[in-house]
Design a protein around this ligand. Structure first.
Ligand code: UT7
Length: 336
C-alpha cells in the first residue's frame, strides 16, 4: 500500500487588483459593507485589455510552479485533475487545455465540477489514484475566472463583490513514508439545495436561443444566483461536520490541528469555525481579504501561501475543508 503526499504547490493570480472602492464604478456598494459582511478588501479580476489569462491558462501557470517545486518536469506527471466552475468553454473542460498549454504527453485529464468543494474533491481523486498504485504523480488544479461572468450592477452586487479570479495547483505524489501524507478525505453532497447557489444558463436547461428570444431585461438566469443567508447557515454547519469527521476518522482531537485551511467563502464563516473549534489565529489561514472568494482555487492558493510563509512544518496536521454550491462539502486531512 502506497501513501500519497503533496510534493509541490503553486499559485497564480491575475495582476489586475480591484479594490472595494473600485467596484463603485459599477454598483452601489461600499468598502465598509463589503469588509463588514465578508472581510474582503480587494480581489483580482482579469483585465481583458491587458491580459489574455483564462481559467486554464492560469491553472497551467500555477501548475508549472507546483511541478518545478516538486522537483519534477511536465513529463513526470501521469494524470491531471482540474477543478473549476468557470471553464474556458462549455466543453471540453480545463484539464485537456492544461495538457495542451504545458505540452504534456497524452496523459488523462479529468474535470471536477464541485464548485467551492472542487479542490477537496480533486485532491481525493488524486489520492485514490496514487494510493492504488495506478499513478505516481497527479497534478491537481483549482482555477476560476469569475470576473467574466459576474453581473456588474447594483442588482448583482450581493454576489459580484464576493468573487475573484485565480488559480492554485498541487502535485500529489507516491510516497513510501507511512508517517506523512494524505490521511483521509470525506466528501458529501445534498442536491436538493442545488438552486440556492447556481448558474442556470446557458445550459441544456437554458440554451442561448431561449435567452435571446425572451430578451427580458429582468432575466438574470445567465448570472450566478446565490441565496446568501441560506448558504451561510448551511456553510457553518457543514464546515464543522466535515472537520469533525476528518478528525474522528484519524483518532485526532481538535487540539491536534496545526493548520486549518478553510475554503475562503467569507471571513465571517472562517471566524465562526475558528471560535467553535477554539483555534488560535496561527491555526487558521485566511487570505480572502486579498483575493475574495476564488471558489475551487481558494484552498490551493491559501495552501501555497501557508507553505511559502513557512507556517507548516513536517509532521503537522493540516486540514482542508470546503462547502459550496451543490450543496457539496468535504475535508482532507494530511500529516505534512
Ligand atoms: O463560496 C461558496 C459559499 N458561499 C458562501 O458561503 C456565501 C455565504 N453568504 C454570505 O457570505 C452572505 O450571505 C453575503 C456576504 C453574500 C451577503 O451578506 P448578508 O448579510 O446575507 O446580506 P444580504 O444579502 O441579506 O443583504 C443585506 C442588505 C440588503 O439590503 P436591505 O434589503 O437590507 O436594504 C442588500 O440589498 O445588504 C444589501 N447588499 C449590499 N449593500 C452594499 C447586498 N449586497 C450589497 C453590497 N453592497 N455589495
Amino acid at each position: 500500500m502506497y501513501t500519497s503526499r503533496i510534493t509541490g504547490l503553486g499559485y497564480y493570480v491575475p495582476e489586475n487588483v480591484v479594490t472595494n472602492d473600485d467596484l463603485k464604478q459599477w454598483m452601489d456598494t461600499s468598502d465598509e459593507w463589503i469588509q463588514e459582511r465578508t472581510g474582503i478588501k480587494e480581489r483580482r479580476w482579469i483585465d481583458t485589455k491587458i491580459s489574455d489569462d483564462t481559467t486554464s491558462s492560469m491553472g497551467a501557470k500555477a501548475a508549472e510552479i507546483a511541478i518545478e517545486r516538486a522537483g519534477l518536469t511536465k513529463d513526470d506527471i501521469d494524470f491531471i485533475v482540474f477543478a473549476t466552475l468557470s471553464p474556458d468553454m462549455y466543453f471540453p473542460g480545463g484539464g485537456v487545455r492544461v495538457q495542451d498549454y504545458l505540452d504534456m504527453p497524452t496523459i488523462g485529464a479529468l474535470d471536477v465540477r464541485n464548485q467551492c468543494s472542487g479542490f477537496v474533491y480533486a485532491m481525493s481523486v488524486a489520492d485514490q489514484f496514487v494510493k492504488s498504485g495506478m499513478y505516481k504523480n497527479v497534478l491537481v488544479i483549482g482555477s476560476e475566472n469569475h470576473s467574466g461572468g459576474l453581473e456588474r450592477s447594483t442588482r448583482g452586487r450581493h454576489v459580484t463583490v464576493i468573487f475573484g479570479d485565480g488559480a492554485g495547483a498541487a502535485v500529489v505524489s507516491r510516497s513510501d513514508d507511512e508517517n506523512r501524507g494524505i490521511l483521509s478525505s470525506h466528501l458529501h453532497s445534498e442536491g436538493k439545495h442545488a438552486g440556492e447557489l447556481s448558474l442556470l444558463g446557458p445550459s441544456t436547461g437554458r440554451w442561448v436561443d431561449a435567452i435571446m428570444e425572451e430578451n427580458d431585461p429582468d432575466d438574470v438566469s445567465y448570472y450566478p444566483h446565490m441565496n446568501g443567508q441560506f448558504v451561510f447557515k448551511h456553510a457553518v454547519v457543514r464546515f464543522s461536520e466535515a472537520i469533525i469527521e476528518g478528525l474522528q476518522a484519524n483518532g485526532l482531537e481538535k487540539e491536534d490541528i496545526d493548520m486549518l485551511i478553510p475554503h475562503q467563502a467569507n471571513l465571517r464563516i472562517a471566524q465562526f469555525i475558528q471560535r467553535k473549534f477554539r483555534l488560535s489565529d496561527d491555526q487558521v489561514y485566511n487570505n480572502i481579504m486579498n483575493y475574495g472568494n476564488t471558489t475551487a482555487a481558494s484552498i490551493p492558493i491559501a495552501l501555497t501561501e501557508v507553505w511559502e510563509k513557512g507556517k507548516i512544518k513536517e509532521g503537522d496536521i493540516v486540514i482542508l475543508a470546503a462547502f459550496g454550491s451543490g450543496f457539496t462539502w468535504g475535508s482532507v486531512v494530511m500529516r505534512w
